[in-house]
Design a protein around this ligand. Structure first.
Ligand code: ADP
Length: 543
């Protein structure tokens, strides 16, 4: 028997039209590339989104067309998210930190028709222009007064909006219509595109809202340092209007001092970003000797946050919510909020839990399997490859049959490429990426665990553990480390510091000091680049 309920298509623009009616005082605060602070409410945003939709139509953009963005977190980027998907086109966010050849690849692969850029990235586009589709139109996200001098044929965002009607007859789209396209940063091979739909995006927004229930509430002020140019800023541009939160957009300045000043001035309560960003903020908090006044919570994910970092924030009264996810998952997979009983635990016990990557979010199923595909128990010990399933998870890559064929198991679950264990209480622990595990004498060593332990040494600012070939053991762990000051602890001193957490055979064999670690386009340590630079490194046993 079928239920007797209406069946309305899930639609992204409905989130904003809802916010304009139900949360009219909330909206978006942006540190602009023009240098000032800009404020708009959700009703104002909706009016401009409608103008932008008319402008897109005037540029000939229609259903299914891909429209690219190359921009920081700001209100115009937010407007593009809604206007592009609202008319049935696809918002293709480009990560400006990608290598030039990857950017060229994805703009051509996506067949973008128009590209919206912040002023900052015009020089990049000047260099790339000969390699981009000839018909591509480029729009600079600013007003006439701030248009850059450039040999490129550039359109001006505010001029496109000027005089357009402030309402739009939004089409009723099939909820499975594609809405946005985001490419993974392509640590191996070409980038692969996750193509989100209206349905997956609205469901994801509910998922994130439910996951963070106890941290939200009307009028919350949330700072996404996580970029709109990658993985939909973890769904926040959709979840904030849905829940009546205000977004505080940081623009181009993501260093500790700029973030501290913005958080303080705009009374941000909840800040979202990857660990490397929070290391910067933490240094600033230590330097000033106090927290930004209103900040109570942070959401951290995208890479494993060091235990010492979680401890430093918790000791200062800022609650760390540690979650996990990935581009192909829209991206949130787990929720990092803890029940009050966990928050009340003594620090070390609380850290044992917060170091794990949270528990699965509603709508996301998790399984771990051995190499034969047999399910492994959720006993906290068994470690296997992590597979996921759900309505917010990609079912294939965009126009990439070869990559799609390799990424799903026989039951249709998506292979995350992460190696994990799951505790009986449901906590996920990411042990490593499959390709970053260190296999010594047939046994696995988690690079994440090693790195985490080593950075808790006061003289170590950052560290990567990588596998180096070894004639007897296959691979052995070697540390690449950045010192926090003048001191360079010896390998023995480092091993002494971490020995209670590891078996003897899991200890690193060498430490190589460098000035800085290479980062990926998404703010994580680039093991791929490191392995490349270590090309002629020889294990101590072979010297
Ligand atoms: P990329 O940065 O490679 O483009 P994503 O942003 O989609 O891709 O990153 C997803 C990957 O980041 C995950 O598969 C996982 O390896 C890693 N990751 C995300 N969150 C965490 C976490 N909390 N702990 C450890 N690793 C994480």
């Amino acid at each position: 028997m079928q239920g007797l309920m209406m069946n309305r298509p899930l639609s992204i623009i409905d989130i904003l039209t809802y916010a304009a009616e139900a949360h009219p005082a909330e909206g978006i605060v942006s540190a602009r590339t023009e240098g000032d602070i800009h404020r708009e409410t959700y009703p104002e945003a909706l009016a401009r989104v409608s103008q932008l939709a008319h402008a897109l139509a005037a540029l000939g953009i229609g259903e299914g067309d891909r429209v690219a963005t190359l921009a920081w977190n700001g209100y115009r980027h937010f407007e593009l998210y809604y206007a592009i998907s609202g008319i049935g086109a696809v918002c293709h966010t480009i990560n400006p930190r990608l290598a030039a050849e990857q950017m060229i690849y994805i703009v051509n692969h996506a067949e973008d028709r128009v590209l919206f850029t912040d002023i900052t990235f015009v020089p990049i586009l000047e260099a790339l222009r000969p390699h981009l589709p000839e018909a591509l139109r480029i729009v600079v996200m600013t007003d006439r007064a701030h248009m850059p001098d450039s040999p490129l044929d550039l359109l001006c965002y505010e001029e496109l909006l000027d005089g357009q009607p402030t309402d739009y007859p939004w089409p009723e789209l099939d909820e499975n219509t594609a809405s946005a396209l985001c490419y993974t940063s392509g640590t191996t091979g070409n980038p692969k595109g996750a193509l989100y739909s209206h349905r997956s995006t609205v469901l994801h927004s509910f998922t994130v809202a439910v996951s963070l229930l106890q941290k939200l509430g009307l009028g919350k002020r949330i700072l996404p340092v996580v970029p709109l140019f990658h993985v939909n800023a973890w769904g926040l541009p959709y979840m904030a209007p849905m829940t009546g939160a205000t977004l505080v957009m940081p623009g181009a300045h993501l260093d500790g001092k700029s973030l501290y000043d913005l958080i303080e001035a705009e009374r941000v309560e909840f800040a979202w970003g990857v660990p490397s960003v929070w290391m910067g903020l933490l240094a600033e908090i230590k330097a000033r000797g106090r927290n930004p006044e209103a900040l109570t919570d942070m959401l951290v994910g995208g890479a494993a946050p060091p235990r010492s970092m979680i401890a430093a924030f918790e000791e200062r009264g800022i609650c760390v919510n540690h979650a996990w996810g990935m581009t192909e998952m829209s991206p949130i997979g787990t929720h990092g909020t803890q029940p009050p009983a966990v928050e009340a635990l003594p620090l070390e016990q609380k850290l044992d839990i917060k170091q794990r990557a949270g528990r699965r979010a509603f709508g996301v199923e998790l399984k771990i399997t051995d190499p034969e595909g047999t399910r492994m128990p959720h006993d906290g010990e068994a470690t296997g490859e992590l597979f996921v399933r759900g309505n917010t998870i990609a079912s294939a890559y965009f126009n990439d049959a070869a990559a799609s064929a390799k990424s799903f198991d026989a039951e249709g679950w998506f292979a995350t490429g992460d190696v994990a264990s799951i505790s009986p209480e449901g906590y996920l622990t990411i042990r490593d990426r499959t390709k970053d595990l260190i296999k010594s004498g047939g046994e696995w060593i988690s690079s994440i665990d090693l790195e985490n332990a080593v950075v808790s040494h006061p003289a170590v600012a950052a560290c990567a553990a990588v596998a180096v070939p070894h004639p007897k053991w296959g691979e052995r762990p070697v540390l690449i480390a950045v010192a926090s000051g003048e001191a360079r602890p010896t390998l023995d001193e480092i091993c002494d510091h971490v020995k209670e957490h590891f078996a003897k055979w899991q200890m690193p064999d060498d430490v190589v000091w460098v000035d800085a670690l290479p980062m990926t386009a998404t703010g994580k340590i680039s093991k791929l680049t490191l392995r490349g630079t270590l090309g002629d490194y020889v294990h101590p046993d072979l010297r």
